[in-house]
Design a protein around this ligand. Structure first.
Ligand code: HEM
Length: 226
């Protein structure tokens, strides 16, 4: 094992801010929805709107960071090893089997993470942002002609926004469980807090008896190239 710098400072800031904001948006959102009662409806709407604006600002910076650093490539989904990864979570993990994919700085997400995070980035979050903004600028009949979007009904928007909120809450629950399945129960959490994680070292290249497995090693390397 070797200590590697896996999560850079902005990435950790973005991750934790996003976690806090999504949790807060979910909490205030479900108060608006009528599922919980804490701040009171009016305040819940006010706080939800403030958090939404902060979330939008964070998203703009995160998009900029992902494209300028090339980190967006980490999220390109791949079907390679996806079955092995799913099998691992359903069976292997309970039999103490090793992780089927190797985490490296250049490829820190396993194939299931790539797929799920990609779905969040290109589908769920955009749907939440778009439906949230439409919700925000919808002209309610009681708003007395305040300029806004003149959409016939807020029903579809509310449905999409609420469905996305349920998906995000389901994601958070799964995410909290899965972060405990690293090398140790807290290794993933520590990595996202400090940036550093102990990763498996590459096999030494000059092992004499491994001539036949050179192809496997080459495959391993290409697996890890985003
Ligand atoms: C930029 C992102 C977002 C914006 C602009 C936004 C905006 C809004 C607005 C304007 C409302 C309606 C408030 C009212 O009734 O006056 C709302 C409701 C709601 N929001 Fe968001 N929101 C965003 C993100 C989120 C996220 C990330 C979640 C959950 C994780 C969430 C969960 C909810 C829920 C559950 C409701 C109540 C829906 C209903 O019952 O119709 N929102 N949001």
């Amino acid at each position: 094992m070797k200590k590697a710098y896996v999560y850079k400072a902005f990435e950790r800031f973005w991750h934790w801010m996003q976690a806090i904001l999504i949790l807060f948006l979910a909490f205030t959102g479900f108060e608006i929805h009528g599922s919980v009662s804490f701040f009171g409806f009016k305040n819940a709407v006010k706080y939800h709107n403030i958090a939404a604006v902060l979330f939008l600002i964070l998203i703009v910076f995160a998009i900029f960071w992902h494209f300028t650093t090339g980190e967006w490539k980490q999220y390109i989904p791949t079907y390679k090893n996806i079955k092995a990864q799913a099998n691992y979570y359903v069976f292997g993990i309970f039999r103490n089997e090793p992780h089927p994919t190797k985490k490296t700085v250049l490829s820190k997400l396993n194939p299931l993470q790539k797929l799920v995070y990609f779905g969040l980035k290109v589908l769920v979050i955009p749907v939440m942002v778009l439906s949230g903004l439409l919700y925000m600028f919808y002209r309610y009949p009681q708003a007395n002609g305040v300029e806004g979007l003149n959409i016939g009904s807020v029903k579809v928007i509310a449905l999409l926004h609420t469905a996305g909120a349920f998906l995000l809450v389901a994601f958070i629950i799964a995410h909290l469980y899965l972060i405990t399945t690293g090398t140790t129960i807290t290794s993933n959490l520590k990595a996202m807090l400090t940036g550093y994680e102990d990763l498996e070292e590459d096999e030494p290249k000059s092992e004499p008896e491994k001539k036949g497995s050179e192809k496997e090693m080459a495959e391993e390397v290409s697996n890890n190239e985003f």
